[in-house]
Write a protein that binds this ligand. Structure first.
Ligand SMILES: Cc1cc2nc3c(=O)[nH]c(=O)nc-3n(C[C@H](O)[C@H](O)[C@H](O)COP(=O)(O)O)c2cc1C
Length: 174
């Protein structure tokens, strides 16, 4: 009998970008015993029943949503392994996004990998984006416009394919 890995993919997603990545990770995990759930549907006492939990969020004010740390803190026992994933719009203000979650996990579990993905900032209305750009000096405005253009529509199909490949690579090394 083949022993399937029991995997949970759970996420917080305000505007849908992280949800798209979560679905692609789910697709990459096919063949295992895998579940995909928004974080609000996860019972903390169930976490210990998984071999591996993929935990994801968009980045808001440099951090993942608080529900991730709350979930981990509310669980009496944690799964042996976590993988983190995020979507973010800035070039830098995301790199320490899981700081609080990591401190809650402490030494209890291994964080075996992380996946970062760009996500278009669709939560900020176009008019506000434009007025923010207009306030910048010309060189900075051009740079910011180029960045917004590069972010447009992301995660795109290539990003989602990378998420599937990432999930497969995580499973392979277990
Ligand atoms: C209120 C708000 C704050 C944000 N703050 C950051 C930030 O600090 N750093 C960053 O890289 N992206 C930031 N973003 C962009 C989001 O992280 C990005 O669009 C992400 O893909 C959103 O994920 P979601 O669609 O799953 O909610 C912010 C977006 C919103 C709406």
């Amino acid at each position: 009998m083949v022993n399937l890995l029991k995997i949970l993919i759970t996420y917080f997603s305000q505007t849908g970008n992280t949800e798209k990545v979560a679905k692609s990770i789910y697709e990459g995990c096919q063949g295992e015993d895998v579940e995909l759930k928004p974080i609000k549907e996860v019972d903390p006492s169930d976490l210990k029943n998984y071999d591996l939990v993929f935990l994801g969020s968009g980045i808001y004010a440099s951090r993942v949503n608080k529900s991730l740390a709350d979930l981990v803190a509310a669980a009496q026992d944690l799964p042996p392994k976590f993988v983190f994933f995020n979507t973010h719009a800035s070039k830098e203000a995301y790199q320490d996004g899981f700081k609080v979650v990591k401190s809650k996990i402490g030494q209890s579990s291994q964080i075996i990998d992380e996946f970062d993905c760009c996500g278009d900032n669709i939560g900020v209305p176009e008019a506000i984006r434009k007025s923010m750009l207009d306030r910048l000096p010309e060189d900075k405005r051009k740079e910011a416009e180029a960045h917004q253009q590069w972010l447009k529509g992301r995660p795109n199909e290539e990003d989602l394919q990378n998420a599937r490949i990432f999930a497969q690579s995580v499973i392979k090394k277990l």
